[in-house]
Design a protein. Sequence first.
Length: 214
Amino acid sequence: MFIIGSSLFALGAVPFYAEAVGLHWCGATFFVGSLFFTCAAFLQYREAVDALPAVGATRRRSVWSWAPRKPVWLAGAIQLAGTLWFNWSTANALLTNLSVALTEQRVWRPDALGSIAFLVSSGVALQIAGRSAVAGQPRPRVWKIGVINVAGSVAFGISAVAAFVIPSSGDLLNAELSNLGTLVGALCFLTGAILMLRPESTETPVPADRGARQ
């Protein structure tokens, strides 16, 4: 799911794609990609919940849990929240009659919040991955995936800043940089997702961040 979502976001950010299919279908590409990210993030969140110590005599757990002191749970929960913000942002971007103020509130703001969530989540995940590193030995694959995901989150953050809507004109602050940040971030997340297909047996499970722009 992360691979499919990343591929759709990368496709949507390709400069000539919007010209070929039109802005509406380009926006739909981002929205569908965000749904794949949310599904994947939810499954990772569920893995984090299932890994929590059982309470009492039963092993049955609810769908949702609250364990902010557990780094793996925290990374998964923040990542999931970020994908939901991206869902809201990309869905509203499909609307054509939004004012500048509504565009800022319903498109840019949740996009920025999602980017922040991805950056925080990927930072926590990288910290977890760093614990599996052994002095004098090559960095494990999970750490490399964490670095790639952090880079992708930074690129998404730059894209979000560049996508700020200027109130006086309704234009983006820097549309080209916003597209470039989305493309670079999506490619980073795609690379990380592909590397996760064959995890090393000694690696510590880490929720990997992927983002979407959303």
